[in-house]
Structure formats: structure tokens, C-alpha cells
Write a protein that binds this ligand. Structure first.
Ligand SMILES: Cc1cc2nc3c(=O)[nH]c(=O)nc-3n(C[C@H](O)[C@H](O)[C@H](O)COP(=O)(O)OP(=O)(O)OC[C@H]3O[C@@H](n4cnc5c(N)ncnc54)[C@H](O)[C@@H]3O)c2cc1C
Length: 417
């Protein structure tokens, strides 16, 4: 059988693309080495971040760099081997993080974020996934008055881009979340129109099930090679060869390695994160996900228990797990909430697929017809999967695009080819 489109990668991004294409009358095959939503899209903090209209630049001030350099901070850790191997994309990341560049990038980035909840909504409804979604927003917590004031100023500006927020005093925090110990904090910001997902992996599975209900096909196969012929694309996997007209690469942090043999050098780099679940009890019950900005960790109530999610570790994709950062974070989290019994014997880790200019790659490949790239959503892939899915469907079907996708084109890396 020859498919109209094969999508490689059934994380939130690939599944959303497959869903949009199938809904618009394409015959789609979704390929993944695992079942849908079992890699990065499983283990994230589960927030659909409508508030994230600003990107996350590389720390550039002397104060910030000297804080991170001793490699002991809770929010960012690194391995020298990763810094050495990733020196080129990291240098590019640093350059793109100048205040002037960030201003421009943020404006482009916000065009994606502004549609995030609107684009999840029809997929949630069609998939019957409403019970996985809580629309009460989440709360950012601050230990330092200086960082709190900076965030309030950002929130005021973000309101121009449709972000709804409320600044919370300690008393207001305590009233909202009576089981949480806020003594280390000075206040918080409630991001009111962001959403929480209580099981991101299950959300992807629900979208995938709805894709199958529309006669989309899913196969569990590892892609080994992709060859373009006069008849279209041949996708060679460990369970056979599949043919299609259009091929979409949505393999998250694995995408750059997958397309390297086709002659593309895209500076995608990994940024790792860990999570650990703790048994939910009456004493640690809370409703809003909580993000400690200064220590970079998120606490959220999930199907599996209380999920504590770490910030960033610069580590290579296949590096062994190192639980030091998670352990540091857990000492802080345990002051905030009673966390006794860990649910799993070993913590989860996964990799954010990051780009040096902080923008995902969404669009046609520059050297092959009917090849489409869709990866690099970094800290916001759960948020942006459906927006990306709609864009790729519109591109493949030659429709007018609902967002200007030029800033996300892979052509910006053509000088690397
Ligand atoms: C700790 C942490 C917290 C986060 N918190 C949030 C959050 O709160 N909100 C948010 O929006 N985002 C968050 N993110 C980011 C988000 O999880 C990612 O951006 C998103 O999951 C990326 O989705 P993806 O579909 O691109 O990649 P993935 O989910 O990794 O999917 C890629 C798929 O490709 C498959 N694949 C790879 N190679 C092959 C091959 N050769 N053959 C077949 N299949 C292949 C993999 O098996 C995988 O299923 C967080 C990330 C982390 C790590």
C-alpha cells in the first residue's frame, strides 16, 4: 500500500500532524519505535503554557553565568562531555540570546503560542479527552523579591498577547492551596488561561486513538532509512518498507540524526529533564501545578501521583542517568509538600529537542520535494503539537497558512548543508 503521508514519530508533535492530515482526507501512516506518547511527550510537566510568550534564552549576565558555572544549581546542570560535543549549537544559542535577537524571536514565537489552547481544544473534544485536562491555570512561585518583580513586569507585557494572570500574595497562595508550605516564598503569579494535563502520555494516546478511528494507521517500527525514488518515498524499517508521497520527520530529539544521511545538518541539541512520582495522599493534595522559578522545578498532580519535574541538564541523548540534580530538587520539594513513598523504583528522564535560535523547525526540507520537518519544540512541545499539526497539514495540502511559518523554516540552516 502507498500512503499519502508517512509521519515518523508518534510523540505529541507527530501524532498531532497525523491527526490533522487524516482529518483532512489524507491516508496517513504514523510510525514509531514505541507506542504513541511514550518518550518525551510522556514525562513532561504537563502544562499547556499559554503564558509562555517569551522564549528561554541562554544565561548571559556575569551574575547568572557565575551562579550556574559551579554546576550545583538546582535549575541547570551540565556535563563537560556534552558542552564539548555541543559547543557549536551552544555558541549559536548564546549569540541568538542577545537582548535584541530575543526581542525579535519572542515576537515570532508568540504567534505559535497564542493559538495553543485553541488548537488543543478541538482535538481534546474529538478524542473525548476532557477528563485529562484542567483549565484552572498554574502558579509560578518566587523566593526572591527581585525575580518576583521582574516576572510581574513580564506578565504586564504578556497581557498584550492575550495572557491572563493574577499576582498572588502569600495569604492568597495559602488560601488557594492549603496543603502547600509557602514559607520559603515571597509570592506567586497565577497564569490563568494556561491548562494542565494530568497525564500527557495519555493525551497523546487519546489523540492517536482518534486518528485510528478516522482510519489512520499506526505501526510500531524503528525507521532505519529513507530513500526518495521517482514514485515517492520508501521508508525502510525493522518491520518492512512502506511507501508514501509525502514524508514528515517528527522524531523529537532524534530528528537530526535521522535526516543526517539525507544531507541535512540541523543544529538540534538535547536538554534533559527528570521526573519522579510520589504517592498522592490527603496531605499532599493540591490543584494547581506549582513552578519554583528560582530552583526550576515543577510539582504537579498527575494520574501516577505527585510528579516532581526537574529543570535542564546539558547531557547527550545516550548519556547514563545522573540523579544528582533530581536529588537536589527533591530536598526542596519535600519542604513544600509531604512526599513520602516514591511510586517508581527509578526516576524517568527524557530530552527536550532544542534549537539554538529557540524556534522549532516547521516546514518543507530544502533539498528534497515532499519532505517535511517538524521538530525542535524544546520546552513547549506539549503546548505546540496541535498548532504544528495544523500548519504542516495546511502546507502539505497547499492551503493558506493560519500563521506566518516563514520564521520556522528549515531554510534558515541552509548554510550548514
Ligand atoms: C522534564 C520536561 C518537562 C517538560 N514540560 C513541558 C510542559 O510542561 N509543557 C510543554 O509544552 N512541554 C514540556 N516539555 C517539552 C515537551 O515534552 C517536548 O517538547 C515534546 O514532548 C516533544 O515532542 P515530540 O513529539 O517532538 O518528541 P517525542 O515525544 O520525543 O516523540 C518523538 C518520537 O519519535 C520516535 N522516534 C525517534 N526515532 C525514531 C525512529 N528511528 N523510528 C521510529 N520512531 C522514532 C520516538 O520513539 C518518539 O516517540 C518538557 C520536557 C521535559 C523533558
Amino acid at each position: 500500500m502507498r500512503y499519502d503521508v508517512i509521519v515518523i514519530g508518534a510523540g505529541i508533535v507527530g501524532t498531532s500532524i497525523a491527526w490533522h492530515l487524516q482529518k483532512n482526507n489524507a491516508q496517513v501512516l504514523l510510525l514509531d519505535k514505541k507506542c504513541p506518547g511514550e518518550e518525551t511527550s510522556y514525562g513532561n510537566a504537563g502544562i499547556i503554557t499559554r503564558e509562555a510568550v517569551n522564549t528561554k534564552p541562554f544565561p548571559r549576565s556575569f551574575k547568572e553565568i557565575s551562579r550556574v558555572l559551579p554546576n550545583k544549581s538546582a535549575d541547570i546542570r551540565y556535563r563537560w562531555s556534552a558542552i564539548y560535543r555541543l559547543q557549536r549549537p551552544l555558541l549559536q544559542y548564546w549569540i541568538h540570546s542577545s537582548p535584541k535577537n530575543v526581542e525579535e524571536i519572542d515576537d515570532e514565537w508568540a504567534t505559535l503560542i497564542q493559538h495553543c489552547t485553541d488548537e488543543h481544544e478541538p482535538m481534546i473534544r474529538a478524542s473525548g479527552a476532557d477528563e485529562l485536562v484542567s483549565k484552572i491555570g498554574w502558579i509560578e512561585l518566587h523566593c526572591k523579591s527581585s525575580s518576583f518583580e521582574k516576572s510581574i513586569n513580564k506578565a504586564v507585557k504578556a497581557a498584550d498577547k492575550g495572557v491572563e494572570y493574577q499576582v498572588l500574595s502569600l495569604a492568597e497562595l495559602q488560601a488557594l492551596e492549603p496543603n502547600v508550605n509557602f514559607t520559603d516564598y515571597v509570592g506567586g503569579i497565577h497564569w490563568k488561561n494556561s491548562w494542565q494535563i494530568k497525564n500527557p502520555g495519555s493525551l497523546v494516546k487519546a489523540y492517536a486513538k482518534n486518528f485510528e478511528a478516522m482510519a489512520g494507521e499506526i505501526k510500531q517500527s524503528t525507521v532505519k532509512n529513507m530513500i526518495q525514488t521517482e514514485e515517492g518515498w520508501q521508508v525502510i524499517t525493522d518491520s518492512g518498507t512502506y511507501l508514501c508521497q509525502n514524508l514528515v520527520i517528527a522524531a523529537g530529539p532524534w530528528s537530526a540524526d535521522l535526516i543526517k544521511p539525507l544531507g541535512y545538518k540541523i543544529p538540534l541539541f538535547p536538554m534533559r529533564g527528570y521526573h519522579q512520582h510520589f504517592k498522592s495522599t490527603d496531605q499532599n493534595a493540591f490543584s494547581h501545578s506549582l513552578f519554583d522559578v528560582d530552583k526550576g522545578f515543577v510539582m504537579g498532580t498527575m494520574d501516577q501521583g505527585v510528579r516532581i519535574t526537574t529543570g535542564a541538564e546539558m547531557a547527550l541523548l545516550d548519556d547514563p542517568k545522573d540523579f544528582n540534580q533530581l536529588e537536589t530538587v527533591l530536598t526542596f520539594a519535600k519542604k513544600v509538600l509531604p512526599l513520602d513513598a516514591a511510586v517508581e523504583s527509578e526516576a524517568w528522564c527524557g530530552t527536550r529537542p532544542c534549537m539554538p535560535d529557540m524556534k522549532p523547525v516547521i516546514g518543507p526540507a530544502s533539498k528534497h520535494d515532499n519532505l517535511w520537518f517538524s521538530f525542535g519544540h524544546a520546552h513547549q512541545g506539549l503546548t505546540l503539537g496541535p498548532v504544528t499539526g495544523r500548519l504542516i497539514e495546511e502546507m502539505i495540502h497547499g492551503k493558506p497558512l493560519f500563521i506566518d511559518a516563514q520564521p520556522f523554516s528549515s531554510k534558515r540552516f541552509d548554510s550548514n548543508l
